[in-house]
Design a protein around this ligand. Structure first.
Ligand code: ADP
Ligand code: MG
Length: 216
């Protein structure tokens, strides 16, 4: 189980949330600026909470009382960033391979081919991100985040930039991923219908606070 009990203040913003996430899809729903990405950033280790604790099963990612911070590359957190954030200057193969640098035990370059095949992007390995469609970018971002065999998967509005038809295809592929990977998945969205369709549970965030928690 993933445990998140943190607070963090920026200049005009205060995040204060306490919730747990099981091995299912927890959707985080809330308006722009409500703190959704900040929550994911704190779990991944890209941002540091001011106080609190984050733990995944026996791994403590952050504990302010113990003065403990687990480095990003030891958390085994897969992160599909908003707009995917693929590295523009390296090809698809290297984008996917990147994740392995910090997790040698996760596998060799053969894994890149295996994941590329699984995500139907094996023909794109020599292309650069600017040559890809939105749906292809999402597949590359997912392959990059899952190749490390993460214990937690974070997705920041992974379907926001896609057209309706592509969304429908990738929704169904996402449901396959959810079945296959028995890990907590936290997914941010703006879209109520998407939340209902893909989620097992919806957490509503407003102005840095959790206002509602619904199992589906
Ligand atoms: P959401 O993802 O829900 O749109 P964010 O978590 O990105 O919201 O941001 C929540 C608030 O925190 C916003 O007001 C944003 O401007 C502020 N914020 C986010 N990251 C930073 C940062 N690195 N420095 C200063 N303020 C930030
Ligand atoms: Mg955001």
């Amino acid at each position: 189980m993933l445990i998140i009990d943190i607070n963090k203040a920026y200049k005009d913003f205060k995040l204060d949330v306490n919730f747990t996430a099981d091995r299912e899809v927890t959707v985080i729903l809330g308006p722009s600026g409500s703190g959704k990405s900040t929550i994911l950033n704190c779990i991944a280790g890209v941002a540091k909470p001011d106080n609190g604790r984050i733990a995944m099963d026996n791994d403590v990612y952050f504990d302010s009382e113990e003065g403990h911070i687990l480095p990003i590359h030891r958390r085994r957190v897969g992160y599909v960033f908003q707009s995917y954030a693929l590295f523009p200057h390296i090809n698809v193969f290297k984008n996917i391979q990147y994740g392995l640098n910090n997790y040698k035990e996760a596998g060799t370059n053969d894994e890149v081919y295996r994941f590329a095949e699984a995500f139907k992007i094996e023909k794109l390995l020599k292309k650069y991100p600017y040559q890809l469609s939105g749906g292809e970018k999402q597949r590359v971002a997912l392959a990059r985040s899952l190749i490390i065999r993460p214990k937690v998967l974070l997705l920041d509005e992974p379907f926001a930039a896609l057209d309706k038809r592509t969304k429908q295809i990738l929704y169904n592929e996402f449901l396959e991923i959810k079945k296959k990977w028995n890990i907590p998945i936290l997914m941010i969205t703006h879209d109520e219908g998407e939340a209902q369709y893909l989620g097992d549970r919806i957490i509503r965030i407003s102005n840095g606070c959790l206002i509602n928690d619904t199992a589906l």
